[in-house]
Write a protein that binds this ligand. Sequence first.
Ligand code: PMP
Length: 308
Amino acid sequence: MSDAFHGAEFCWMNGEVIKTKHALVPAMEPIHLSIFEGIKAYVEDDVCGKGRLNIFQWKPHINRLWRTAAFCGLKIPYTKEELLEAAKKTIRANGFKTNAYIQPRIWPKAETREEVNVVIPVWTFETILGKGNPKFSKERRFMISSWRRIASDALPPQAKAWANYANSALALREAARLHYDGAIFLDNRGFVSEGTGACIMTVRDGKVITPPVTASILESITRATLLKILQEDLGISVEVRDIARLELYASEEAFLCGTGWEITPIMSIDDLPLGGEYPGAITRRIAQYYTEVVTGKIEKHKRLLTPT
Ligand code: PMP
């Protein structure tokens, strides 16, 4: 194994910062029962032009990790504050001065599930956000997956368990095989669900519409944040309701939202182009505002940021 994982020399494991190459576990551990979180820290420019890294929405992320753990019968032997300190320490140990991704992972050491491993890998990432970023406006052709999103009575998609991502991987492989950039799932009732690692929002008649939690989606923190700020700050009406497949094709705009995917515009679905302009005006406005929120430019939303 190389010294670094995604360029990070250090990670945190079971109570201490260690070299990533030393983060090894016995092969027979029940990794299929593992859970995780995906959290981002963005650079905030201060008056001196020096970057300060702030974790976006730490609290809801760590609360979701605790919810997933409780549901899966895993007992986390640390407090939420201890894990925050661990994440900060790991970022500092790696000397990151740029946007960083934090991915706490937990899984049982044995089938008894009495003891768990807690690992916090971190790595840097390149955002697609920011004015004039060509990655943002890149043309993206999506397809409706022939795989349905896992139903809540099989595996709960509301929880962030790695097992759920086997379903996502099938959809991604199918999309890659058919030369699409990504896939959108329908739920087991045939309504629009979510992407393979992000939620979906569509725009119709200037209104943003997104499926409810009962449409087999993860309880997304980005989605919850947007639902609040779009209405309150940007005056964009939002509607949470089931979306029929045809409505998706008839959307003026559509985008994915999530910690990893940030705000990702979708150009076409099943080769049917959405609306006219790409990326659409509302998607661009939302992405611009979201960028300002995560980078600490909006005073009243600074409370969503935790300094590292
Ligand atoms: N759905 C799935 C399947 C995901 O993996 C993610 C990424 N965590 C999301 C939605 C978006 O969730 P969040 O906004 O909390 O990152």
